[in-house]
Write a protein that binds this ligand. Structure first.
Ligand code: ZN
Length: 489
């Protein structure tokens, strides 16, 4: 297990160092409670503290979450530092709810990241000090605790949304960890007069580690917003969603004072809430360890001024991998505005209608792979070869849905994507960057990237020159690409 330096950790605690928030958790032996370093409570004695690098490890050691600093909403960071790549990928899959489904076992999880279950358990123990199932269980409990705090969902809805199957099971898991009933937590939250949302829609905070360049994120989304599917205005992003056959909407707002995004989820099933939050976290790249990335990329003279100008720039992900892949193909060889118009036609013709949307501008969802696989795409008005690529993408998504989700080795995925006719290196890397959230993806032949590089590095810069230069930017080339693109606007 990775050990945190206790002296540095304790100093961070004494100074309530926000830079370690999400990276350090402190279990207090005398109270059995664990906290974030920013907790307003009095600093415990040094000899009563135990230090953890993740909330799951603190919970596995028997500590329960503090009701004041609320570790369940600490910004969640990918375990880049000192963690193996495999553990990071497995953690990302667990965060997506991989182990919450009936067929989601540690064996299948291990297979997805390319190893045996025993080996994966050993790696988890070595790097995190917790078993994979304990991480999943602790995530579910933390999510349920957030719902108790921030919503008025009934106890049975909280249990369902947390993936516990029944109130009885939820109560049991909650009590064994927190030594109190879920109802007591809710009463404590209400007594502290936390403003609670009405039953539907559900409003939740999605915290990040500052800085967060919300304006750039919104500008990216605005330039690509598809009519009928998405609305971007002032401080909000709103879109229609289709999940397990049901339709709804999500609205995202920036709350810089709370260092979080506020998500309003209007959806008929509470069971989908965790998956929705996971998708929002991808799309808005809230889990990036932005300081570490900036420190590394700033070593490059070309990137340093770009990072200084936009220290919180994120690499936008996407709501859905298949949707992103289709959008990437619509964008081949045409401008962003033209791709957007094609997207509008596609949604208008084959999207699921959205009958009860509060925002009348959201009329349809993005078409499913099943629908696009058999649709007559000649109505789209684009070259036959690219229509064939969309049909092929749709058929692949039906036979091999995992291809569009994060998981196994990126090289393997890139090869699989390139096997689809019409998907070249550029499109494959673009899909890896946005859909798999591969932080090292870099579509070097992109015209915008080359244009930006020529302006910043030199007129002679070619794709291969650029690619050579990017070697020093690993493993965060996706963020370098985002900076080059943003500088090109
Ligand atoms: Zn606390």
């Amino acid at each position: 297990m990775e050990l945190l330096d206790p002296d540095i950790s304790y100093r961070a605690l004494q100074t309530r160092d926000a830079r370690l928030d999400g990276r350090l958790f402190v279990g207090v032996i005398s109270t059995g409670i664990y906290c974030r370093p920013i907790c307003p409570a009095r600093t415990p004695k040094r000899e009563h503290c135990r230090f953890f690098s993740g909330s799951a490890a603190a919970q596995a050691a028997g500590f329960r979450a503090c009701l004041r600093c609320r570790p369940e909403i600490a910004p969640e960071l990918p375990g880049w530092r000192g963690t193996s790549n495999t553990v990071s990928r497995a953690l990302a899959l667990i965060a997506d709810g991989f182990l919450d489904h009936e067929d989601g076992t540690v064996e299948t999880l291990a297979m997805r990241v390319g190893m045996g279950a025993r080996q994966l358990r050993r790696l988890f123990d070595q790097h995190l000090g917790v078993a994979p199932v304990a991480v999943a269980q602790s995530r579910r409990l933390l999510f349920a605790q957030q719902l108790l705090h921030e919503t008025k969902l009934s106890m049975s809805d909280v249990a369902l949304a947390g993936g516990f199957g029944s109130v009885r099971r939820f109560n049991h898991a909650f009590r064994s960890l927190y030594h109190r009933a879920p109802g007591e937590v809710r009463r404590a939250a209400t007594a502290a007069s936390v403003p609670l949302a009405a039953t539907a829609p559900v409003m939740l905070q999605i915290p990040y580690r500052p800085p967060y360049d919300w304006d750039s994120m919104l500008a990216y989304l605005r330039a690509r917003a598809i009519e009928g599917l998405e609305v971007v205005e002032e401080n909000i992003y709103r879109r229609s969603v289709l999940h397990e056959g049901m339709t709804g909407t999500i609205t995202i707002e920036h709350r810089p004072d709370k260092r979080s995004l506020k998500a309003t989820i209007d959806f008929p099933s509470v069971r989908a809430l965790q998956a929705m939050v996971a998708r929002i976290r991808h799309q808005f790249d809230v889990a990036a360890d932005i300081e570490a990335i900036a420190a590394h990329l700033s070593k490059d003279v070309t990137l340093a001024p770009l990072i200084a100008a936009r220290p919180g720039l994120r690499a936008p992900g996407c709501w859905d991998g298949f949707e992103l892949a289709v959008r990437a193909v619509l964008g081949q060889q045409v401008t962003v505005a033209a791709a957007r118009r094609l997207g509008g036609t596609l949604v208008g013709l084959w999207g699921e209608p959205l009958p009860h949307a509060v925002d009348r501008r959201l009329m349809r969802t993005f078409p499913t792979a099943r629908c696009l696989a058999t649709a007559d795409l000649s109505r789209l008005g684009m070259p036959a070869a690219r229509r064939a690529t969309i049909s092929a993408l749709a058929r692949t998504a039906i036979s091999y849905p995992q291809l569009f989700m994060p998981g196994a080795s990126v090289e393997e995925r890139l090869t699989q994507l390139r096997a689809i006719p019409g998907i070249g290196t550029w499109t494959a890397h673009y899909i890896a960057l946005r859909a798999f959230r591969e932080p090292d993806a870099f579509p070097a032949t992109d015209l915008g990237l080359i244009r930006s590089a020529r302006r910043l590095i030199g007129e002679q810069t070619s794709a291969s020159h650029l690619l050579e230069r990017t070697e020093a930017w690993r493993p965060w080339r996706a963020y370098a690409a985002q900076h080059l693109w943003t500088a090109d606007r």
